[in-house]
Design a protein around this ligand. Structure first.
Ligand code: THU
Length: 130
């Protein structure tokens, strides 16, 4: 439930991840963190590449860490840039979060706390694949 979420801990973890970003091309470090339904916190930072289109968003690293650490479902998510501003995940990463979401996943956004359904309405999901 949203009231039980330690948003300050998520922000600290996301900021720590942003400090480890590899973003020499954009100069825009990003860090994110999420609470998993078993209580652990997973993090990610963006990792860029000289072939710009191959750049990995922070959320990609975080979802990899989710699975490497034993899987689970995301309950709450926070994302921050190198200046400490709250940012929203890009469209592709909303899809990544949707697939890993616990029911009612909430995201901290510049517009306040939003559910994944608000951030990605009418999402394409695995059920469509039959
Ligand atoms: N970026 C993320 O890591 N996550 C997002 O949701 C938005 C964008 C990164 C990708 C790129 O390294 C930099 O921000 C500038 O677009």
């Amino acid at each position: 439930m949203a009231s039980a979420i330690d948003w300050a801990a998520l922000r600290e973890a996301a900021s720590g991840a942003a400090s480890l970003a590899y973003a020499p091309y954009s100069g825009y470090p990003v860090g994110c963190a999420a609470l998993v339904d078993d209580g652990r916190i997973v993090t990610g930072c963006n990792v860029e590449n000289a072939s710009y289109g191959v750049t990995l968003c922070a959320e990609c690293a975080m979802i990899g860490q989710l699975h490497l650490g034993g899987g689970g479902r995301l309950v709450a998510f926070d994302c921050v840039d190198g200046a400490g501003r709250t940012i929203t995940p890009c469209g592709r990463c909303r899809q990544l979060l949707f697939e890993a979401a616990a029911p009612g996943l909430v995201l901290n956004t510049p517009a306040g706390v939003r559910t994944i359904a608000e951030m990605l309405p009418d999402a394409f999901g695995p059920e469509a694949l039959g």
